[in-house]
Design a protein around this ligand. Structure first.
Ligand SMILES: *Cc1c(COP(=O)(O)O)cnc(C)c1O
Length: 370
């Protein structure tokens, strides 16, 4: 049996009756940017997330960078975050001229450990940037409490947390703004790149809309500040609006598969993901930990089962970011989980039989390697 990690064309097949006519209409009318599909996507997702503004952008990376810049983060500011993330989180901090400050993560949730944040605060600290990794939110009550006491901003990396909530509050409802990604492989994926900034802050929304078109103000070809080219193509917005009609169903199926894994692997030698009781998880990844990762992944490959490592090397150990961190050994939990973690197929394309086959092979492989 083959168990592929993703089935992107399969998503298209489910909604091609919506995508094909929308694409034809866009091509025929010539309304290629900042049109009705952008507006629909922004409105629907702001509503779903319970925030005032959604601003469609070129990528999730741009949503983080533009959000930070619009929130007033810049040269000399320190931003507290983690090194166990996709590079964009930290790359954008550096790109706005700020300095990333790494703190360690919690082992079984892979996200920022609030107990370690206060020790990292200095007079230059401006913001905390928690990453809602793998489809569940960070410990937001603890993070927001620290931010309030130290007068810091919170920006959420919600790239992996579309329609994901904690205590009934969706990602983006905690910090000053949140960046969502529509990269192809995300739970809601474009046919290429796309992103969205979510915010309740009118000024951040106004500045972000200006920054996505070169810092242009209300008048055409008059500039308020130095900006970017970061409009979302209408073709992408139309694809996303079509797939958005299926997102809840797809996430429900993800949860079914994840729960099957959780139950079957609970007493195994795999460390399974811990979901905070106040979290509604959308399972962007199903990530387990095991000391024999390489042997097990090689075995799964022989079995026809795809798996992947998010993320093999934490960012403070990559050359361009090394000088921001304290070197090997400085983030012991981050470094350990990077060596143990691997993710299994959890997309809605899996059948029960495929999920059971993954479980059966995982259990067989653990006894061989134990
Ligand atoms: C995908 C991702 C991003 C970047 O989004 P792009 O749309 O690929 O630019 C940022 N942070 C995290 C945690 C991500 O997973």
């Amino acid at each position: 049996m083959r168990v592929p990690f993703l089935d992107i064309p399969g998503q298209y097949k489910e909604v091609r009756h919506l995508i094909d006519p929308a694409i034809a209409e866009i091509m025929e009318t010539g309304a290629y940017v900042l049109g009705k599909w952008n507006t629909q996507l922004e409105t629907e997702l702001a509503q779903r997330h319970g925030v005032k503004h959604g601003i469609a952008l070129n990528s999730g990376t741009d949503a983080l960078r533009i959000g930070m810049q619009a929130a007033g983060i810049g040269p000399g500011d320190e931003v507290i975050t983690t090194a166990f993330t996709f590079v964009a989180t930290v790359e954008t901090i550096v790109q706005v001229g700020a300095v990333p400050v790494f703190v360690d993560v919690i082992e079984n949730t892979f996200d920022i450990n609030p107990d370690l944040i206060e020790a990292a605060i200095t007079p230059r600290t401006k913001a905390i940037l928690p990453i809602h990794l793998f489809g569940q939110l960070c410990d937001m009550p603890a993070i927001m409490d620290i931010a309030r006491r130290h007068n810091l901003m919170v920006l959420e990396d919600a790239a992996q947390a579309i329609v994901t909530s904690q205590d009934g509050v969706m990602a983006g409802g905690f910090g000053i703004c949140a960046g969502v990604s529509f990269y192809v492989t995300k739970n809601l994926g474009a046919a290429g790149d796309g992103g969205l900034l979510l915010t309740n802050d009118d000024e951040v929304a106004r500045r972000s809309k200006s920054l996505r078109v070169h810092g242009m103000g209300r008048e055409r070809y008059y500039y308020d500040e130095i900006g970017y080219t970061s409009r979302m193509a209408e073709l992408q917005a139309a694809v996303l609006c079509a797939k958005l009609t299926r997102l809840d169903a797809w996430n429900e199926r993800r949860a079914e598969i994840a729960e099957r894994y959780q139950a079957a692997l609970a007493d195994s030698s795999y460390d399974i993901p811990y979901i905070r009781p106040n979290n509604e998880c959308t399972w962007h990844q199903y990530t387990v930990r095991h000391d024999d990762r390489e042997a097990i992944m090689a075995g799964l490959k022989e079995d026809g089962i795809d798996s992947a490592i998010y993320y093999p090397v934490p960012l403070h150990l990559h050359e361009p970011y090394a000088h921001f961190g304290g070197g090997a050994g400085s983030l012991p939990v981050t470094e350990r989980v990077s060596k143990q973690c691997f993710s299994l197929p959890v997309g809605h394309h899996l059948s029960d039989e495929q999920a059971d086959y993954v479980i059966q092979r995982l259990l067989a492989r653990q006894s061989v390697t134990a």
